[in-house]
Structures are given as structure tokens and as C-alpha cells.
Design a binder for this molecule. Structure first.
Ligand SMILES: C[S@@+](CC[C@H](N)C(=O)[O-])C[C@H]1O[C@@H](n2cnc3c(N)ncnc32)[C@H](O)[C@@H]1O
Length: 306
């Protein structure tokens, strides 16, 4: 299948396969199904997959793209937050005997989400509502946060979750603007313009001036780091309870906050002699992959054998 710029291209596919070591007929959890790029490779190798995604659009798309595999029960899809993975798996086990051999997490957003209309992830879509919820059952949108948080909280959020060094200036401008016209911040373009004005003295930046602010908002709206913190111990428990032989947990992170959680958790598991790191250092994309998929640039893969 040829990909266009709006379709997600899975990262570190060879590295995922080497780390997960999928075996024919065994069950694997893809905790972040997305467009199913990694799942497709597992299915090709005869593995069975339980795919989680909390985005209804991702699940709907998967039902079309993977109809055959769903019909023949090689793929089971669950629309749920991976922080509830254990409970969902226990429900599934009431009607199906299965032992899980591996769990894959590929954190963050997919290109499909970033490029889709009316979701407000992309700073290029200026007319869209600043929403950013991957799961539309969540209550608070990014534009709501801009109205709810005080200046100090806004600055802290932008700095801690986006690494935005101009966080205080941006927060000050947000608060000033919302006093004048609270609803203007509902649109992507208003926030982007405000950030560009706050950072207009900075030339030669490699990334768009709004990148860090948008990352911070997305992480908070979707509770991304808390979900990871909750899910990793569950993943370990699932693997410990499984009677499968060669068991693996594989995580792909895209920014420091995610990677720190994975690294710390895996180290603790190893220190407690409950598992072993497969690679001492995180795996990153090859030059060849980067040529075809620049999104892989920040990807880091860590894997644990149990
Ligand atoms: C980077 S994409 C995964 C791409 C996928 N590996 C592929 O090859 O197409 C991340 C996906 O995980 C989903 N996701 C993020 N956080 C989640 C969570 N807490 N629970 C369930 N799904 C989540 C997003 O909706 C998105 O579809």
C-alpha cells in the first residue's frame, strides 16, 4: 500500500519485530493500534493481535482496513484507554482462552489524527476548533484549558510538558487575550498567531514556534503521561500472569517525558529481577528509515524480556 502524507507510517518496524519476536498463533497486545501498521506486520507473521485504541475513528478505520483478519478472529479490536487494559483483557478472557506473549506501546498521536479535519491537533489548520482530544469521551478540550487555567498554571504546563522556554510570555498573552475576547482562543489560528507574536524575535528556529505549546496541550488534554504510568505496571502484571514462554514488553516514546517513565520503570523491573532489558540503550531509527519517514526522528524503542 502506498502512503500519502495524511496516513500514518509505522516507525521502527524492524526493531519492533526483533524485540517482540512474534510467533505464529501466539497473542500480542497492540496497546496503541493507530492505523495498525505494527499490527499488520505481526498478523503477516501469523500472530494474533488484541488491538487497543481509545480513538473511535481509529477503530472505525481498522474495521475497514482489517475486515478479513477481524472476521477470522486473528484480530480483536477494543476501543479503550490502555490504562484499562488489564480489566478489558480479563473481560475478554471470560469468552476466550488466551495467553499474552507480548505487549507493544507506540505512544502519542498518529499522522491520521494530526492531519484529520476538525480535531485541532495541527497548527496549520487555523480555522479549526482547538480540541486535541484523541478520545472524544474526554471532557476537556485544549481551548477549555486555555480558559480554565490561571497564568501561573498555564506557564507551568507549557514549560513542563512542552519544554517551552517562552512559557511565561505566552501564558501572559493568553490571559490578556481571554480577558478581552474569551472565545477567540477557541480557534487554532488565534493561539498560533499569539505564539508567533510572543516569539517573533527568534529567527532560524528548526521547528514551528507553536510546536512546544501544542505538544504540552495535547499531553495534558489526553492525560498522556498518567496513562503511561498506570499502564506499565498493568502490562507487567499481564505478562507475569501469562503462561506464555518468551514474553516481551516493547515501548516506543517520542519525547523526554514518555521515555523517562519507560526507562525508570524498566530499570526498576530489572533491579527487582523481574525482567531483563533486551538492549542496554534505546534503539533509534536508521538513516534509511529517516529518509522515508522523518517522524521517526525522535522515536526511541526500549524493550523488556520477562
Ligand atoms: C503513534 S499512534 C500508533 C500508531 C500505530 N502503531 C501504527 O503503526 O499505526 C498512537 C495511537 O495510540 C492511541 N492512543 C494514545 N494514547 C492512548 C491510550 N491511553 N489508550 C488507547 N489508545 C491510545 C492514539 O489514539 C493513536 O491512534
Amino acid at each position: 500500500m502506498t502512503k500519502n502524507d495524511t496516513q500514518h507510517q509505522a516507525v521502527l518496524v524492524e526493531e519492533v519485530l526483533a524485540s517482540l519476536n512474534p510467533q505464529q498463533g501466539n497473542y500480542y497486545i497492540d496497546a496503541t493500534f493507530g492505523r495498525g501498521g505494527h499490527t499488520r506486520e505481526l498478523l503477516k507473521r501469523g500472530a494474533k493481535v488484541i488491538g487497543f485504541d481509545f480513538d473511535q475513528q481509529s477503530i472505525d478505520q481498522a474495521k475497514e482496513l482489517f475486515k478479513k483478519e477481524i472476521d477470522n478472529k486473528q484480530l480483536i479490536l477494543i476501543r479503550e484507554n490502555f490504562s484499562k487494559m488489564k480489566e478489558s483483557l480479563e473481560n475478554l478472557k471470560k469468552s476466550l482462552h488466551l495467553e499474552v506473549s507480548g505487549i507493544l506501546f507506540d505512544f502519542g498521536t498518529s499522522t491520521d489524527q494530526l492531519m484529520s479535519k476538525e480535531r485541532g491537533f495541527s497548527f496549520e489548520a487555523s480555522e479549526e476548533i482547538l480540541d486535541m482530544r484523541m478520545d472524544d469521551r474526554l471532557g476537556v478540550r485544549a481551548c477549555d484549558l486555555l480558559k480554565l487555567l490561571d497564568e501561573k498554571q498555564l506557564a507551568k504546563m507549557l514549560f513542563e510538558y512542552g519544554g517551552e522556554t517562552e512559557a511565561r510570555a505566552i501564558a501572559r498573552k493568553i490571559v490578556a487575550l481571554r480577558k478581552k475576547d474569551p472565545n477567540s482562543l477557541d480557534r487554532v489560528g488565534t493561539l498560533v498567531k499569539l505564539i508567533e507574536e510572543s516569539k517573533s524575535h527568534r529567527y532560524g528556529q528548526k521547528i514551528h514556534p507553536a510546536t512546544k505549546t501544542f505538544q504540552a496541550l495535547r499531553i495534558i488534554v489526553n492525560d498522556e503521561l498518567s496513562n503511561i504510568e498506570i499502564a506499565l505496571p498493568q502490562a507487567l502484571k499481564i505478562m507475569q500472569e501469562s503462561k506464555a514462554l518468551d514474553k516481551r514488553i516493547v515501548c516506543i516514546s517520542f519525547h523526554e517525558g514518555e521515555d523517562r517513565l519507560v526507562k525508570t520503570f524498566f530499570k526498576q523491573v530489572e533491579n527487582d529481577s523481574l525482567g531483563k532489558l533486551i538492549n542496554k540503550k534505546a534503539l533509534v531509527a536508521s538513516e534509511e528509515e529517516l529518509q522515508n519517514n522523518p517522524r521517526a526522528r525522535s522515536a526511541k524503542l526500549r524493550a523488556l524480556a520477562l
